[in-house]
Design a protein. Sequence first.
Length: 481
Amino acid sequence: MSGRPDNFTIVIFGAGSDLATRKLFPSIYQLFRWGHLPEEWRLIGVGRAGHTHERFRRYVFDRVMELSPDSVDDRQHFERFCERLFYVNAELDRPEGYTVLHGEIMRTRGAEAGCGNLLFYLSTPPSLAPAIVGNLVLAGLGGRGQACPGWRKIIVEKPFGHDLQSARELNSLLEEAFDEHQIYRIDHYLGKEPVQNIMVFRFSNGMFEPLWNRQYIAQVQITIAEEFGIRGRGAYYEEAGLLRDIVQNHGLQLLAAVAMEPPVELSPDAIRDEKSKVLRSIRLFDRETAHGSAVLGQYDGYREEKGVAQDSNVETFASLRFMVDNWRWSGVPFFMKAGKSLGRTVTEIVITFRCPPQNFYGERGTAACTPNQVILGIQPEETVAIRFGTKRPGEEMVTDPVFMKFDYHESFAEEGLTPYHRLLLDAVDGNQMNFIRRDSLERSWSIVDSIRESLAGTIPDSYPVHSWGPDSAGRIYETPG
Ligand code: BG6
């Protein structure tokens, strides 16, 4: 906890949202339970459910017990946690409630103590962000020039805009009220232990990095597959689609972590500089080449989901081929497959190496080579595996591919922090390393916009539930670099 402020208030806009009840309250409770929070902290939920403080506490208690009972190991302790919760009833797009919020912050801290340190969390649809930020400023709670001393930070959930232009507008608006060092654009993937391990694996070992380039690597495959569909989020998916929901953020952040150069130091900006450079090197898609580098799909039955139009052409699957035009990666395809209702839930990155120049030991008697691979398992398995050829026992000199595997859960007894634990603490501590900087965010949108524009008017190919996407998905592997 060194350097952690000893007093702060978390303000959650959208306190009744799915994210707040499923992820934020259980995570904050556990941080409290494990002693990661200081003595003096409180949480104010803002929403329009009309709760009193007492009813809000009961609501949070009941919801968490219903949705994540495993996060509570001691009901009495959890009740003590709930005593730190307060509620402000407000229409988020109207200024009146923000004056009440200001008053509540002062009241809960004791009027003479002032506003103190404030961490705002926007757990709201992106369309509300401009109004929230504008109203915070009007109420004197904006990021700078405020009458009330103390730090201000704002965490903004994805989706951060829905294209480059809207993301830019939102960024500009945020920057009218907050400085970049106060803005935390969250992508919870960056809080996952195995995602953080990508950089550690690459830069703390001497044996992989020298091979980590176009000379030795033939291709990279990133898979983000989910067995389940849109889980009742029809209205959201109709606006977002998979490219915006998964590729723009989680997918491109994984790619950046695999492809980035070593940072000059382990500081948030040094790391984010390198990620930003990779994203800038990704070739934009265009109409001429899109057919061979992007395939969109939609699972059978998507149009019957609640909130989905019967003639919807929104994609729930994408198979993409990215080229990273820089010295390290020129000519190496980065394939990305992401989708809903696929064969199984798995996120992994497979780095495939080139075969040796001569293959004496044909595999199972053929001249074929099964190339070496490094497989970074992100979830559900948190693993690193290396595939290599080995001599099959017996008379013949033939090889079989085998694996060497490290598994987080087998090797370490301690449980890692979940993404929301970690990222909430990082924000409180002022560590932006695992939050998206403006330049990276906007570049990711340029990339996704280029995919969407180059496929405009294309109808996604349908695929059966629990398959691996439409048959056409394979065509991106056939195009030469
Ligand atoms: C979210 C997407 O950002 O990430 C969801 O909106 C997706 O569609 C989810 O299911 C996946 O995250 P995780 O950590 O649950 O695998």
